[in-house]
Design a protein around this ligand. Structure first.
Ligand code: GLC
Ligand code: GLC
Length: 826
């Protein structure tokens, strides 16, 4: 049992029943432009579009205690002060519950006959957070209490906010108008946006905007703020230092009485002409007063709880709609809740956030990764086809005219990030995978004609998406090493296998050190990229078929075939696929090595690339993986770990054994092995692997696992680590999209193909059956799968609307709006 919480599948919520979870357990608010992260104790922050440049709330990453600062409400009841979120006072509560749902969290706490419940969400189409507060007197006597809503403003640029104190301590500014607090730092000069924090439905009895006044002095803390202890706001106006927003609300509650009100915490913009209030005359007292009309509009719209309810209902409907595109009925609770709820939800989060803002990603670091975002698309093309289309075009636009891509780009400017550079030689090959998935889903082959141009050329109406795809394939063909395998560049999917870097300067980026254009760098080769290339060729052929270019399809398939021959000759170690050749041409991932004898990535992509399917190599590679890398917590990245730093290998050997890329369980690549197993028909193994990293399955060992049991984490410590089985870096990981692909498309086996909907399950032999509802190209397929013979794979009968169909693909034109499909395995 998990002592910290449980799934409430019917409500699509995870219910946390104790605030002192092993790590902060987060959720996300927002689905379009305004987002927030929120932990089970109210920690976190929100931002408008870009977590680095437009951050509203100050959060202190890496603070002690962890997860410091957030959306707090203090209760002052006589001498006792507490938070319904438990933190920051950490006063013991009589009861506590946090419900993380789809785009909202509800945190409820009670003490001494007062119950406070707050639901936090971002209404669709708004740039505001609503904190919908209910306070109830559950006791038998009257209660006179004071509440204090609190947040601390971030001075917009989160990086500068945490580093540039000589400036920041002098620039903070607020305005207070009719009890609403406005954060207006830098508005007087070049900004035209401001933040607001207000109470609707109760008249505040006071406010504070100076943090020092709120906590008492610079030595005070949020655990016992002077204002709350004294029960009275000081109406402070912040000048510089740390501006906060605090509202005091005094309530008298009869026994059984409930009061409801809400806070609005939001972001507003004015255009340049109407930046300041109309009445502003230079030199007058009103000069420089912010024009608050955008806020007043929102406040008006949300003046009643009815509006809050209506907006919340819309948010719920939004998720019901999204999650109805693919759903499964199955008597396995893990598969059911991951597929129907949490895995899809996490995929949407990676689409929105890429790798920017989480409990582990500070929102100031990376831009959008080229390979990451292409892979993220695999899990969302069915949910968000239009946004996926745009994302594909944005990504392709960061490809350079020689075929390589900017490794990252900035979401606000959509420009390649020169600091991270290029020459990660796997990058281009993820594009054909994403585009094929998008076209198979939507049928929109017109996207191929979109004119995009290259990032280094001023020819915006030049190259089309098809040109980009062809160039991606050509890039690999052109950049091959002595064995004919693809050159690795700075790194392939494994960012830490840096075979051309030779970094000996502390702190320098492993990925960017080393000259990948020099002659020496034309030696290190990647078997993983070779496998990915073969798979990309298959996808390219699918794309060519869509537009009737059969000769080109045949040609690209031939390219894949030749690469398979090269891998057979130079990429096979006898029992498994080699991983790479280093810059001296020495093998990596071979039985000849003392450490790093076998790696997971080349086993996965070797098989996904169709290498060794007929001569037993594929099966052997997977058997070796099972024997040497598989554990009950997932499949380890490589074995044995590197005990010391290797100049010629780079960052992989920088990590202590068992963590991250040095023999950690990097869950992302586990999914490739799952899919590979389904290709060979090993349903039992595929599902065993699926379960070994399934977060919902970790509730039984949660004190070891520690991370959220409702979403995937990037990494679980491997058996060589001092803390095996411990997860880190939850939420923003490519594991989300690939796990969804693995379970829905390859294990449950329902996936769009170029000619129709494919139904090709590969399941444990013990599964009796399940049914999938799939909305696809305007039709709803009700697919009922039965497994009377207890097999793993093989469609014996496929009946579509009563008529038998040969094979395992349902042609597009078969059936009406609702299509009844029955499948018998055997
Ligand atoms: C991180 C990166 C991803 C990389 C992986 C393995 O998740 O975001 O791009 O493939 O690590 O190194
Ligand atoms: C580090 C991490 C890796 C990640 C990379 C992103 O190398 O180990 O997982 O992909 O940083 O830059």
């Amino acid at each position: 049992m998990n002592p910290y919480g449980r799934f409430d599948d019917a409500n699509r919520e995870y219910v946390i029943t104790r605030p002192d979870t092993p790590l902060p357990w987060f959720n996300y608010l927002g689905c379009e432009e305004f987002f927030g992260i929120i932990s089970n104790t109210g920690g976190g922050y929100c931002f408008y579009r870009d977590a680095k440049m437009r951050r509203l709330m100050r959060y202190r990453y890496n603070n002690c205690p962890l997860d410091s600062n957030g959306r707090y409400l203090y209760v002052k009841d006589g001498n006792s002060i507490w938070n319904q979120t438990w933190k920051p006072t950490r006063t013991k509560l009589d009861s506590y519950e946090c419900r993380h749902g789809m785009g909202y969290s509800t945190i409820t706490g009670a003490k001494d006959g007062v119950e406070v419940s707050i639901r936090y969400f971002v209404p669709i189409g708004q740039t505001t957070e609503v904190w919908d507060v209910r306070v109830r007197n559950t006791g038998k006597t009257k209660k006179n209490i004071s509440l204090f809503g609190f947040l601390e403003w971030c001075l917009w640029d989160a990086m500068d906010d945490q580093t540039n104190f000589q400036r920041n301590y002098s620039i903070g500014q607020v305005e207070i108008e009719d009890g609403a607090i406005f954060h207006v730092t830098e508005y007087r000069e070049r900004r035209n946006h401001f933040g607001y924090f207000s109470v609707i439905g109760e008249k505040p009895a006071g406010f504070d905007t100076s943090r020092d006044k709120f906590v008492g002095s610079v030595h005070g803390g949020l655990d016992a703020p002077a204002v709350v202890v004294n029960g009275k706001c000081t109406n402070s106006v912040a000048f510089g230092w740390q501006p906060v927003g605090v509202h005091q609300i005094d309530l008298n509650l009869a026994p059984g009485e409930e009061k409801r009100f809400h806070f609005l915490l939001g972001y507003a913009e004015n255009d340049e002409k109407s930046k300041f209030a109309k009445s502003a005359d230079a030199g007058s007292a009103k000069a420089g007063v912010v024009n608050k009309s955008p806020y007043h509009k929102v406040a008006k719209q949300f003046e009643s709880s009815k509006a809050v309810d209506a907006e919340f209902a819309k948010l719920k409907d939004h998720w019901t709609d999204l999650l109805s595109v693919y759903s499964v009925k199955i008597d396995d609770p893990h598969v059911s809740r991951m597929v129907n709820i949490w895995n899809q939800y996490q995929c949407m989060t990676t689409l929105n956030m890429s790798r920017s803002a989480s409990g582990y990603e500070s929102g100031i670091g990376r831009g959008m990764g080229y390979r990451d975002s292409n892979q993220d698309l695999l899990g969302v093309v069915h949910l968000q086809p239009e946004r996926s289309r745009q994302r594909i075009l944005d990504l392709a636009a960061t490809q350079l005219s020689d075929g390589i891509c900017y490794h990252q780009y900035q979401p606000l400017t959509k420009k390649g990030n020169t600091a991270a550079g290029s020459n990660f030689n796997d990058d281009p090959l993820w594009l054909p995978l994403a585009v094929a998935a998008y076209i198979n889903e939507t049928g929109d082959a017109k996207i191929l004609n979109e004119k995009i141009g290259y990032a280094d050329k001023d020819n915006k109406d030049g190259a089309t998406l098809m040109d980009h795809l062809e160039l991606s394939i050509a890039y690999t063909l052109k950049h091959r090493g002595p064995h004919g395998l693809p050159l690795i560049g700075h790194a392939d999917w494994n960012d830490c296998l840096n075979l051309n870097c030779f970094s000996s300067t502390p702190g320098e980026s492993f990925q960017l050190a080393g000259d990948v254009d020099g002659p020496q760098a034309r030696i290190a080769e990647s078997v993983m990229i070779a496998g990915l290339f073969c798979a990309a060729c298959e996808k390219m052929a699918e794309i060519y078929h869509q537009v009737g270019r059969e000769a080109d399809a045949a040609a690209v398939l031939k390219n894949g075939e030749s690469m398979r021959l090269v891998v057979n000759q130079h990429g096979w170690d006898g029992e498994w696929f080699l991983r790479a050749y280093d810059a001296k041409g020495k093998k990596i991932g071979s039985h000849e090595n003392a450490e790093g004898k076998i790696f997971i990535e080349s086993q996965g992509w070797g098989v996904l690339g169709g290498i060794g399917l007929t001569d037993g190599k594929a099966q052997k590679a997977l058997d070796s993986t099972n024997k040497l890398l598989a554990t009950s917590n997932g499949i380890i990245l490589q074995q044995p770990p590197y005990a010391t730093y290797h100049l010629e290998l780079g960052e992989i050997s920088s990590y202590p054994p068992g963590y991250k890329e040095n023999a950690g369980i990097f869950t992302h690549n586990n999914t490739w092995i799952q899919i590979a197993e389904t290709m060979l028909g090993n349903g039992d193994r595929a599902f065993e692997y699926y379960m070994s990293i399934c977060p919902s399955g970790k509730e039984q060992q949660i004190d070891t696992y520690r991370a959220e049991p409702y979403v995937y984490s990037q990494m679980t410590a491997g058996r060589d680590a001092p803390t095996p089985g411990e997860a880190k870096n939850s939420w923003l990981t490519g594991t989300a999209s690939w796990s969804l692909v693995s379970i829905t498309q390859f294990i449950l086996g329902v996936r769009p193909g170029p000619k129709g909907l494919i139904v090709d399950p590969c399941v444990p032999k013990s599964w009796k059956g399940y049914s999938v509802t799939r909305k696809f190209r305007g039709k709803t397929y009700q697919i009922d799968v039965k497994n009377p013979a207890g097999v793993s794979k093989g469609v014996k009968k496929l009946i579509v609307d009563g008529k038998p169909v040969a094979g395992n693909s349902i042609p597009f034109d078969l059936g009406g709006k609702t299509v009844a499909v029955s499948v018998e395995l055997g």
